[in-house]
Each structure stands twice: as structure tokens, then as C-alpha cells.
Design a protein around this ligand. Structure first.
Ligand SMILES: Nc1ncnc2c1ncn2[C@@H]1O[C@H](COP(=O)(O)OP(=O)(O)OP(=O)(O)O)[C@@H](O)[C@H]1O
Ligand SMILES: [Mg+2]
Length: 366
């Protein structure tokens, strides 16, 4: 069942004479109990879009529905009740600095109308849920980033919301701490049945936690679907750019001048198939030499996407046959431009040259 429906929602800002269409006719449904992700490059309109769900941002046009009910015009008491049903956490934690952890949470309980007599008990429950029982009387400044985000999660859950909106909730944290926060959010989703809408520009976050995902660009949703299908087989150039940036492999610049002779190819496969047998078979059948220059496997849930960069050398005819055989048997195949790689390596000898961002025979140029 859909808990959140955005029906043709647009948000337009005016800045002097400039008009900014931050959200452009977005249609979206989020189902009960799922973790729904929104990804996109900076400025795509992700935050603005998510803020329309709890009406922190009023749509300029279109409707926001909660459990099928139009809330777009909600004001006063109705708006307060809606906001109680929707928790919100941010990248920057937004804790009140000069009061304790306990008082930060009480702030939300007071706003939510909890009887004073129940505050202490509720604070203990919430801190236990996020694993911070011992920090009730600490001040935010004495906590680590991960602990602060735990407090803001506890505060967001204070009034037993049905929905939790997370805007780059892990982006300010190191990888390991981010992983712990994601584990906590997954548990909250699972055990409390809270629907989560999560914005991020980090695909490693996206792939580990989202059930479904929407890709935003220039205020529009350009592609959406089940996370593995979408990242495994991106169609829109923006999704492809995000995936390339994430899966994209690189070669150390100092290696580029000494790459083996022959054609340079990037191969990608999906699912259980592996490429080693194919490569040795192709090398044997067509009498070419194949060198693996880079290999990488990423898991989306339990499903694998592998990337291999190889060089294929031999006589013209043998090479052509071998390349065709590779092309016919992989999920994605791209010939890399040796001159472009060399030029990129020349520009900066210290760095890793991203092979996937150099022009290819597909004419992709990013
Ligand atoms: N209050 C505002 N007034 C004017 N313009 C705004 C306002 N809020 C956002 N914008 C503009 O709307 C566009 C979308 O911004 P938004 O913050 O939603 O993007 P985002 O996808 O969340 O980006 P980021 O990944 O950098 O957080 C941007 O061009 C931004 O400058
Ligand atoms: Mg944002």
C-alpha cells in the first residue's frame, strides 16, 4: 500500500528575477514499510522534494497525499499532527548544543504532547533503541558524529512516527560509522515497520539499504525502479553516470604508458556468471593473448556486478573474432581509447585514470 504519493509536484523558487524550478512535475509513490531512496547529483532537487513530504516546503503545484489523503493545504493543528507522523533526520544532526541528550529528546516529546510523567521512561526506551543508554546526561559536543546521529534518530522517533525522512543522514560520517547508522536504520525499518525515505549521493549507501530508488536530475525523476535492476542496467545517462562513477575502475597513471599492446576493453557481467572461463576460452579459440588489467566485483544485495578491464592482442582477424566473442557473451562491452587514457595519464601522473570516463567507441563523453 502506498503511504506517500506525490502527484505532479513542482516547487519553484524566485530569487530576484531568477526562477528556479527545484522540483519539476514529480510523480512518486512510496509503499508502506519500504526503504525508498532518492539519488542524484548536487542541486538535483532531492532535499526540496523530500521536504514537500512533511510540508517543510509547500509545493507550488501538485498534491502530496499521506495514506491517500490530500495534505497539501494542511495548516495549524492538522499540520502539527502530520509532522508528528513523519520524523526527519539531516546530515548535520541539528541537535541543540547547550542542552543534554535527554533534553534534546524531551524537546520533541514536549512538542508531541507527551505527559511529563512519561518523559523519563520514553527517553530511556529511545536511547536503548539507538544504543546510547549511558549518554542521557552528555552534551552533544562531547559525542562523536555517529553518536550525534543516533541522538537525532532517537529524537526523530520520539513521537512514534510512521515515516522517517533522512536527508544525507550518513554523508558526514566515516565509512564504518555510516555503516553502523545504516544498520540501525535497517533495524528500525524492520522491527518498527517504519517507512524510510532516504536521500543520498553515495551509491554504496544506496545499494546496501534501498528497496527501490528514484534518480533525480534538474528537478525531475529520470528513472526509478528496484535497486538492483536500476543500478545493474541503468538506462538514463544520469543513472549511468552515477553508476559509472561508483563502479568505474581506474588504472594508475604511471602504468598507462606500459599497458600491453592490443585493444583495451571494459567488460561487465551481472549475476552469477564469471568471466574467467570465457576469457580463457576466447584466448584459446582465437589464439589471442588476453591480459586482465583490472577486476572488480560489487554486490547489490546478494547480486553481483563485475567489471574487468582487459587487453586483447593478436593478428587483426584473430582480434576481431575474439572481440566479437567477448561482446556476444557479456552484459556490457566497451572499447577504451588508448590515446585518451594516455592523455589523461599525462595530465596528472600521480593519479588514477578512470577508464570509464575516457571517451569510448560508444562516443560517451562525460
Ligand atoms: N530556499 C531556496 N531558495 C532558492 N533556491 C533554492 C532554495 N532551496 C533550494 N534551492 C535551489 O533549488 C535547487 C535544488 O536544490 P536542493 O537543495 O533540493 O538540491 P539537492 O539535490 O538536495 O542538492 P545537494 O545534493 O547539494 O544537497 C538548487 O538549484 C538550489 O539552489
Ligand atoms: Mg540536499
Amino acid at each position: 500500500m502506498s503511504v506517500i504519493t506525490l502527484d505532479d509536484v513542482s516547487v519553484v523558487f524566485h530569487e530576484g528575477k531568477r526562477t528556479i524550478q527545484a522540483v519539476n512535475n514529480v510523480n512518486l509513490t512510496v509503499n508502506q514499510g519500504e526503504i525508498f531512496g532518492i539519488v542524484g547529483f548536487s542541486g538535483a532537487g532531492k532535499s526540496t522534494l523530500v521536504r514537500t513530504i512533511n510540508l517543510l516546503e509547500r509545493p507550488t503545484s501538485g498534491r502530496v497525499l499521506l495514506d491517500g489523503r490530500d495534505i497539501t493545504q494542511a495548516r495549524g493543528r492538522e499540520l502539527r499532527d502530520i509532522r508528528k507522523r513523519i520524523g526527519f533526520i539531516f546530515q548535520s544532526f541539528n541537535l541543540i548544543g547547550n542542552v543534554t541528550v535527554e533534553e534534546n529528546i524531551i524537546f520533541a516529546l514536549r512538542a508531541g504532547g507527551w505527559p511529563r510523567a512519561e518523559w523519563k521512561q520514553r527517553v530511556s526506551e529511545l536511547l536503548a533503541l539507538v544504543g546510547l543508554e549511558s549518554k542521557a546526561s552528555s552534551y552533544p559536543s562531547s559525542l562523536s558524529g555517529g553518536q550525534r546521529q543516533r541522538v537525532s534518530i532517537a529524537r526523530a522517533l520520539a513521537n512514534k512516527p510512521e515515516i522517517l525522512l533522512c536527508d544525507e543522514a550518513t554523508s558526514a560520517l566515516d565509512l564504518e560509522t555510516a555503516g553502523e547508522i545504516l544498520d540501525l536504520l535497517r533495524r528500525i525499518n524492520h522491527e518498527l515497520g517504519i517507512t524510510i525515505v532516504f536521500i543520498t549521493h553515495q551509491l554504496d549507501v544506496a545499494k546496501s539499504i534501498f528497496d527501490r530508488v528514484a534518480v533525480m536530475e534538474h528537478g525531475r525523476i529520470v528513472e526509478q525502479g528496484n535497486t538492483f535492476d536500476l543500478f545493474g542496467d541503468p538506462q538514463h545517462p544520469t543513472t549511468r553516470a552515477l553508476v559509472e562513477r561508483y563502479l568505474g575502475v581506474g588504472l594508475p597513471a604511471q602504468l598507462v604508458p606500459d599497458l600491453p599492446a592490443g585493444d583495451l576493453i571494459e567488460l561487465r557481467y551481472k549475476g552469477d556468471s564469471a568471466l574467467e572461463p570465457l576469457i580463457s576460452q576466447v584466448a584459446r579459440t582465437w589464439n589471442v593473448s588476453v591480459n586482465v588489467l583490472h577486476a572488480n566485483v560489487e554486490y547489490f544485495g546478494t547480486q553481483a556486478i563485475g567489471t574487468l578491464v582487459v587487453s586483447v592482442d593478436g593478428t587483426d582477424e584473430a582480434r576481431q573474432n575474439a572481440l566479437r566473442a567477448l561482446q556476444d557473451n557479456v552484459f556490457s562491452y566497451r572499447e577504451l581509447d588508448r590515446a585518451a587514457l594516455a592523455a589523461a595519464a599525462e595530465r596528472d601522473a600521480e593519479r588514477v585514470v578512470p577508464v570509464t570516463q575516457t571517451p569510448t567507441n560508444e562516443g560517451e563523453r562525460r
